[in-house]
Design a protein around this ligand. Sequence first.
Ligand code: NAD
Length: 360
Amino acid sequence: MLRAAIIGYGGMGKWHHEALRTQVPEIEVTGAYDVRPEANEEALANGLKAYGTAQEVFGDDEIDLVIIATPNDSHKDYILSGLRSGKHVVCEKPVVLSSADLQEIMAEAERSPGLFTIHQNRRWDKDFRIVKAILDEDAIGKPYFIESRVNGSSVFLHGWRDYKINGGGMLYDWGVHLIDQALQLIPERVTSVTAHLFNVHSKEVDDNVKLLLSFAGGTSMLLEVATNCFIPAPRWHVSGRDGTAVIYNWQCEGKIVQLADKNALKWESDIVYTAAGPTRTMAPRPVNTTVEKPLPHILDARGREYHRWSSADIYYHNLLEAIRGEAELLVKPEEALRVLQVIELAFESAEKGSGIACLI
Ligand code: NAD
């Protein structure tokens, strides 16, 4: 049995508590620390010890694992304190705000007996796993352009997410998830980063993001985070040499459309006349030259339908195995480092107004 304490008992802190309580009997959350007295009262009401300071958590010999779920700017010091006190540390994403800070932490983790990992839970989102299955099964041929979008219309950013000092903004928020997914999907070096960052409503931080990544093998990905989009585009649109896949929404509705015959690339089309003239290239393809297929049906690591807690189950059981030395961590700090390197170039690209060549 591992004993855990949570630092930051807000939205995500409580999520970790509930996830562990319901999915991972091998880890018992026994305490929490938060700067807000109301959050500490909630922790007490939920049967936890409420620590008076973070240092009390790090000094508590009963605690094996510290879970950090505070605003982004406070992660670094907590991670370092956790590692220096010999505990295992799970930190929320974005792990820290710069690659230099993460490298400092990685050096500390090398010296520490504790394991250190980052909560990149969206690697176990069902929509992402379906796209990964499509590529792994070569269902639409070599992908050349992948669009990954989260299009919301909340308009305003909540709480600390709206402030630069807290590491707010959507690139550090949803951007981190989409970049992490992209790097998992295309296991190649990133060769260029082009970003457009918008402050549509926020005074200080990016609230809408468009990011174009090129990979060494020729695939490009468009990542988009919108908080001001009232007509959402599909969550995923994947263009492969032999077909197209689309996932419209979180419910994973979508389809694959492939060429009926991969070798029959040419077909006779009618010319379509629009108000301004004719086009043959953009004429609709006859339906009998394509085949429509359902998206692959995928199951979670336990062979069950993906459910609300699938990621927590997979993530924390992997952590337990890694602590016992039976598995590698599924989320490695060096992977988070690549994500931060892409983010740094995205900020630079947006500021310069041009794409940045790289090898990440
Ligand atoms: P939140 O505002 O709901 O909760 C943050 C909590 O931390 C609050 O209770 C606040 O009082 C407390 N806090 C603030 N500063 C503190 C400090 N210095 N020490 C201790 N407690 C402090 O925010 P949230 O949505 O839970 O986000 C927390 C972290 O989780 C962020 O890093 C965010 O990016 C991440 N997050 C991850 C996911 C995911 O799916 N992985 C989802 C949401 C948020």
